[in-house]
Design a protein around this ligand. Structure first.
Ligand code: NAD
Ligand code: TYD
Length: 355
């Protein structure tokens, strides 16, 4: 089976590429990524020479490129992660999010529809065509003090990011209903873990604690997010990819709600201990700053359906996952320095441009 993974050089995509490349040597894994600021091939150093892995640099917004790529490579299945993913960037540049997240997704849907109209999957080999769209719990909007998002919660996005992801989810479902395209969607809660770009809350604060810089907490830090270790998201994608019913949707999350301020206090405590600083040192860096516009108060995801129907379980408790994440960032100083200095872009140029 030849699987196209889009956005495989990003945070979650790189973990999905690694899992599939290592676990399924019989599959051919093709990673398509534009290498925006968020795409970093250093994330995939350990798999880039594997015989079942290939990288394609390209833009999902370029419809001609996408349709030619599908015609040439005849992918059997797609796992679509490429997106603009940062809420704050969507507030300053919404159109970029419409282009990548909506138009880019529709280009991929069109190419899959075109390619699979003529090919017949072989059920005997357990093989099926599948367009797997990776989405977010942010499409459901915001919660008050109680309740959780289920797969039936009506969409109510508030940021340009979540609005663009909601639109892409609607297109994926529309292609299933209208053209019988074989699709699956999952909506996951906030991820954390290695290779997370240091513009998002947890890696930004790890970087700032290390460098003794202020930790910017929006508003009063009372917003609640439901955190899942990135490898647990990848394992859920694996299970859903292989066993979900076509046309279905699954919520992914670890029942792990934390107020932002409590996440950062715990992070400060872990880092004080790992850096040999007296407890309480890093907390002094916490700085309350102007709130994000339209800041969703609380996300909490009910992933009972996934746990019950497909027997998926998260593997790590938050305290354990956060300590593991800190260990990774401390052991991979070069990765963080390259990302913060911009040098990570040279990796692609050196590794691929000369080929
Ligand atoms: P990311 O920003 O780290 O990575 C996105 C990747 O997509 C990058 O490698 C980037 O180069 C690539 N990309 C962007 N525009 C592209 C284009 N036009 N053509 C080709 N490639 C392009 O994002 P992430 O956090 O890894 O998120 C991956 C997916 O998971 C997204 O669809 C996101 O909405 C979804 N998601 C993320 C989270 C989270 O907590 N980060 C939670 C749930 C769902
Ligand atoms: P973020 O990591 O950007 O993810 P998302 O917006 O997709 O949930 O933000 C997580 C939470 O942390 C969110 O409530 C916004 C808040 N936040 C801060 O308080 N300070 C920051 O510098 C950032 C980037 C986020």
């Amino acid at each position: 089976m030849k699987i196209l993974i889009t956005g495989g050089a990003g945070f979650i995509g790189s973990h999905v590429v690694r899992l599939f490349t290592n676990k399924y040597p019989q599959y051919s894994i093709c990673n398509l990524d534009k290498l925006t600021y968020a795409g970093n091939l250093e994330n995939l150093k350990d798999v880039e020479r594997k015989p079942n892995y290939q990288f394609f640099k390209g833009d999902i917004v370029d419809a001609n490129f996408i349709s030619q790529l599908f015609e040439q490579e005849k992918f059997d299945a797609v796992i679509h992660l490429a997106a603009e993913s940062h809420v704050d960037r969507s507030i300053s540049n919404p159109l970029e999010f419409v282009n990548t997240n909506v138009i880019g997704t529709v280009n991929l849907l069109n190419a899959a529809k075109q390619t699979w109209a003529t090919g017949t999957p072989n059920p005997a080999s357990g093989f099926r065509h599948l367009f797997y769209h990776v989405s977010t719990d942010e499409v459901y909007g915001t919660l008050g003090d109680t309740g959780m998002f289920t797969e039936e919660t009506p969409y109510d996005p508030h940021s340009p990011y979540s609005a663009s992801k909601a639109a892409s989810d609607h297109f994926v479902r529309a292609y299933h209903d209208t053209y019988k395209l074989p699709v699956v969607i999952s909506n996951c809660s906030n991820n954390y873990g290695p290779n997370h770009f240091p513009e998002k809350l947890i890696p930004l604060c790890i970087h700032n604690i290390k460098s003794n810089k202020p930790l910017p907490i929006y508003g009063k830090g009372e917003n609640v997010r439901d955190w899942l270790y990135v490898e647990d998201h990848a394992s859920a994608i694996d299970v859903i990819f292989h066993t979900a019913t076509l046309g279905s949707t699954y919520n992914i999350g670890g029942h792990n709600e934390w107020k932002n301020i409590d996440v950062i206090r715990l992070l400060c405590k872990i880092m004080d201990s790992k850096l040999g600083r007296p407890e309480g040192t890093s907390e002094q860096l916490i700085t309350f700053v102007k709130d994000r516009a339209g800041h969703d108060l609380r996300y909490a995801i009910d992933s009972t359906k996934l746990q019950r129907e497909l027997s998926w379980q998260p593997s790590l408790q938050f305290e354990e996952g956060l300590a593991k994440t800190v260990d990774w960032y401390l052991a991979n100083e070069n990765w963080l320095n390259n990302v913060t200095s911009g040098d990570y872009k040279k990796y692609y140029e050196e590794q691929y441009a000369k080929r």
